[in-house]
Design a protein around this ligand. Structure first.
Ligand code: DNO
Length: 368
């Protein structure tokens, strides 16, 4: 911890500040996990949510944002982080109605800023968000988890129109998908970078003016899938991304599981680097067990259950006085719970308490 960070840290501790803000993803009224239950998780600060019934690319009305904010605040939690405001494919492809969609995106930043939102998470993955081969793989202890087995993914046919994962936009028809795949083939990696740069140069000034920090989510997994380009994958690409628009408002959602599934990424080292630059605004803490050859299983958060050292990760954040938002990411399904894969209550709550236990230890060690 450098001198200034230490002073800021000690000051915050004195006034009862908790620095890192623990948050939890909630899918709104339709989420089987009740917001009142989330409130009961110790040290919980905020809800991470979004408006889910507006098609990608449209403006979220002030009315719907306010009503969501009230629901969250009535439960005693803060409404500071939105995950996600999705980016329309026309923006990523630099085609069609891109200008209109960028204007709409700016309006969403303005509206969310007015409602007091501090961080917006988004991604720039073509067509599909996160990808897994199975959502309910039974682990040794009888719990189930999301897994990515390369040999199974290689056999999947995304153009069949039959594949579906909870993170994907299911409104595409077979024809839409065919058209998108052809368009991305032409755009390629370089074109995707150009389109990302254009998007950032348009939206970051609006984010600055409205005091909303933008936080891109890395590609999950961090390599191309189904022949579609993926560009936010490793240190080189994160450096390149942050330089496209060199502003604090152009930052990262650092997802340990996404970046960590690439063996080429040293997760604690990357966190140390980008937290020191104050470019991490939102953390997703997930553990994964790396298997041979681009395959992995999601595990319990505890370090010894996966391949990531969660204590080293939290230490890298703490060392840099991280005062952003952090949420436990994907949990397994345990204790017979059913619901949204990766987003049940129980295992994520265990993860949350494990994480805040590590944080408390680091704070107390530091105060000695
Ligand atoms: C997976 C999530 C992602 C994330 C988006 C952000 O569980 O972390 O779906 O929300 O990529 O836009």
């Amino acid at each position: 911890m450098n001198h200034l960070t230490k002073i800021k840290y000690l000051f915050l501790v004195m006034i009862g500040g908790y620095l890192m803000k623990l948050s939890f993803r909630w899918y709104g009224e339709d989420d089987p996990v009740k917001i009142e239950y989330i409130r009961q998780i110790p040290t919980m600060d905020s809800i991470v949510t979004a408006i889910y019934d507006v098609p990608v690319g449209k403006v979220w009305s002030m009315e719907s944002i306010k009503s969501l904010k009230s629901k969250v605040e009535d439960s005693g939690l803060n409404f500071d982080v939105i995950e996600s405001v999705p980016v329309h494919e026309d923006i990523k492809l630099g085609r069609g109605d891109r200008d209109k969609y960028i204007e709409n995106y700016k309006q969403n930043i303005i509206n969310l800023g007015k409602a007091g939102v501090k961080v917006i998470c988004y991604n720039f993955m073509p067509v599909f968000d996160w990808t897994r081969s199975q959502l309910d793989k039974e682990l040794e202890d009888g719990s189930t988890a999301l897994v990515y087995y390369k040999e199974q993914v290689d056999k999947m046919d995304p153009l069949s129109g039959e594949l579906s994962l909870p993170g994907w936009d299911s409104s595409y028809t077979k024809e839409d998908l065919k058209d998108l795949f052809e368009a991305y083939d032409k755009v390629g990696e370089d074109g995707l970078w150009d389109n990302l740069e254009h998007f950032l140069k348009e939206i970051i000034p609006v984010a600055e003016a409205n005091d909303v920090k933008m936080a891109i989510h890395p590609d999950d997994p961090p390599w191309p899938i189904f022949g579609l380009p993926r560009i936010i994958t490793d240190e080189e690409s994160l450096d390149k991304f942050l330089k496209l628009v060199d502003s604090k408002y152009n930052g990262l959602t650092f997802c340990t599981g996404s970046l960590g599934s690439g063996t080429f990424n040293d997760v604690p080292k990357l966190i140390d680097k980008y937290a020191a630059q104050e470019r991490i605004h939102f953390m997703h803490i997930r553990n994964i067990k790396l298997l041979e050859g681009e395959s992995f299983e999601e595990s319990a958060h505890v370090s010894s259950y996966g391949s990531l050292d969660i204590v080293a990760i939290m230490r890298a954040l703490h060392k840099n006085g991280f005062d952003g938002y952090l949420r436990p990411d994907h949990g397994r399904m345990i204790w017979g719970e059913t619901g949204k894969p990766g987003y049940g209550l129980y295992d994520r709550a265990l993860g949350a308490v494990y994480i805040s236990g590590i944080w408390e230890t680091l704070q107390k060690e530091n105060n000695k």
